[in-house]
Design a protein around this ligand. Structure first.
Ligand SMILES: [Mg+2]
Ligand SMILES: [Zn+2]
Length: 181
């Protein structure tokens, strides 16, 4: 429609190391060695960058809303230092069985960001390491890039397709640079 393309990124396993028991504290929030370069590339494109992350660790009581928000504040500041302005960090605090609209593969976080930032989702792209990222984006008509970091290399759930499979966020950023042209 009349919006701008948005660059949507999953958090754990894409920007920072994935932990099987989830990232609970700011000390456990550790970037990959390529994250700064990748964000610099994405920042140069000039489109809104949105982080969309399932954080059921909050609902489980493993971490708190305050800790998650302090991680996101740090993330926003670091990306700014790398030349990438983060439009917003959207997170779902709910348990998987809560039936909320926001937990990926649900559309809630994407729709909220699209409304807040004037983004046209079917001209947007999602980078993720898990099937839920790809499923959410596929349902919304977005381009989809699957990275092999984070959850590793399990096949996508049947019926899901990615437009690109790449090693990591920096390769995803290179792919997005071409895709934007
Ligand atoms: Mg992930
Ligand atoms: Zn939710």
């Amino acid at each position: 429609m009349s919006g701008v393309p948005g660059l949507f990124l999953d958090r754990d396993g894409v920007l920072n190391h994935f932990l099987i028991d989830s990232v609970r504290t700011i000390e456990q929030f550790q970037y990959y060695e390529f994250t700064a370069e990748a964000m610099e590339r994405l920042g140069c494109l000039g489109y809104p960058i949105v982080v969309v992350t399932n954080q059921s660790a909050i609902g489980r009581g493993w971490t708190s809303e305050e800790q998650v928000q302090s991680i996101h504040q740090q993330l926003i500041e670091d990306c700014s230092d790398w030349g990438a302005s983060i439009a917003s960090v959207e997170y779902c605090p709910h348990l998987p069985d809560a039936g909320c609209e926001c937990r990926k593969p649900g559309p809630g976080m994407f729709l909220r960001a699209a409304r807040d930032h004037g983004i046209d989702l079917d001209r947007s792209v999602m980078v993720g390491d898990s099937s839920c990222d790809i499923e959410a984006a596929q349902r919304l008509g977005m381009a989809r890039v699957r990275v092999r970091t984070g959850r590793g290399d399990p096949p996508l759930t049947e019926g899901l397709e990615a437009d690109a499979w790449v090693e990591n966020l920096n390769e995803a950023a290179v792919w997005i640079e071409e895709w934007c042209r």
